[in-house]
Design a protein around this ligand. Structure first.
Ligand code: AMP
Ligand code: MG
Length: 307
């Protein structure tokens, strides 16, 4: 299969409606989309990514009105979050309806919904008309793509079309929150922080071991470069022949020095992929503070360390 690049939203939407896959930009990471109502199309996502069938997908919309086409019940907590945080980097888990095929939710009675804010993503989803199921557009277990070039690197020859857009503004996946419980549960930390969520809905439950797979996808090794990832304390000594990302300025062969946690998040996956291209075997990442975006960063770094 030849992979075509386009900047035309209409061409990308047409491909979705024809039952094909399209990789598309969002403000978090690039997604690999299919018509969420089309079981055969959604199946192609799992094949192209090499994604395990028990890892459900996020359904993307451009209008809050579409929630009624996907969900059978929207709890008061979900309503509040949708009102305050859509469009944006938040994904809510609500009860699914019968129109959403089981393959999308890996057989779960719930469905993940997100409304991205990036203008080209909104325009694309609007032209599709149907909700679009999409995980990140990387090969399974690799870091999520934050540029169209990353998508092409992983998916060349595996998907028919990539909608080219800008470099992703946030660079980490969305925050996932289960709104089917009385007190909402954080399933995946992300660009929208716990502090921001608590301002909207009051207390939320943060499981001690998010990595223990409350959300099916979180049990898999993820976001990983080929080299070994080591977490290190700020300012610790590291060998010269390695790569580094963090706030300090050690003497190493290759490094990315960041000023804020947001910048760290934005550059992390890009850095991992760069390490792969350079064949770097040992990668040192400074431990961020476990608050704000730092919580999501730490979660991704821990996943990337897993072997
Ligand atoms: P990705 O977009 O590749 O980051 O994958 C989507 C993430 O959403 C994975 O971690 C999934 O496990 C999670 N997810 C999707 N649907 C559900 C659901 N119904 N309940 C809990 N987590 C979900
Ligand atoms: Mg992913």
């Amino acid at each position: 299969m030849k992979t075509k690049l386009t900047t035309r939203v209409s061409e990308a939407a047409k491909a979705i409606l024809a039952g094909n896959l399209v990789a598309f930009p969002t403000e978090t990471v690039y997604g690999l989309g299919a018509n969420a109502f089309d079981e055969r199309a959604v199946k192609k996502i799992f094949v192209a990514k090499g994604r395990p069938a028990d890892n459900p997908l996020i359904v993307h919309i451009w209008s809050k009105k579409q929630i009624a086409e996907i969900a059978s019940e929207v709890s008061p907590v979900a309503k509040k979050l949708v009102y305050k945080c859509f469009p944006g980097q938040l994904t809510v888990v609500v009860k699914k309806n019968a129109r959403i095929p089981n393959i999308v939710t890996a057989g779960l009675p719930t469905v993940c919904i997100r409304m991205p804010s990036l203008p080209i993503a909104c325009a694309f989803l609007k032209q599709c008309g149907v909700p679009v199921a999409a995980p990140s557009a990387n090969l399974s277990s690799k870091p999520s793509p934050t540029t169209w070039q990353h998508v092409l690197h992983d998916m060349d020859g595996r998907i028919p079309l990539i909608l080219k857009g800008p470099k992703c503004e946030h660079g980490l996946e969305s925050t996932v929150i289960d709104c089917t419980k009385k007190i909402p549960v954080l399933l995946r930390p992300g660009a929208v922080t716990v502090e921001e969520l608590e301002e909207v809905v009051g207390r939320i439950n943060i499981p001690i071991a998010i990595k223990k797979a409350l959300s099916p996808g979180m049990k898999y090794r993820h976001y990983s470069p080929n080299g070994k990832v080591h977490l290190m304390k700020r300012g610790a000594k590291i060998p010269f022949n390695c790569a580094f990302i963090g706030f300090s300025n050690p003497k190493t062969a290759y490094k990315i020095k960041v000023k804020t946690a947001a910048e760290y998040a934005k550059k992390l996956y890009w850095f991992f992929r760069e390490c792969d291209l350079r064949g770097i075997e040992n990668i040192y990442a400074e431990i961020p503070e476990k608050k704000g975006v730092g919580r999501a960063l730490l979660n991704r770094l821990e996943k990337a360390m897993a072997r």
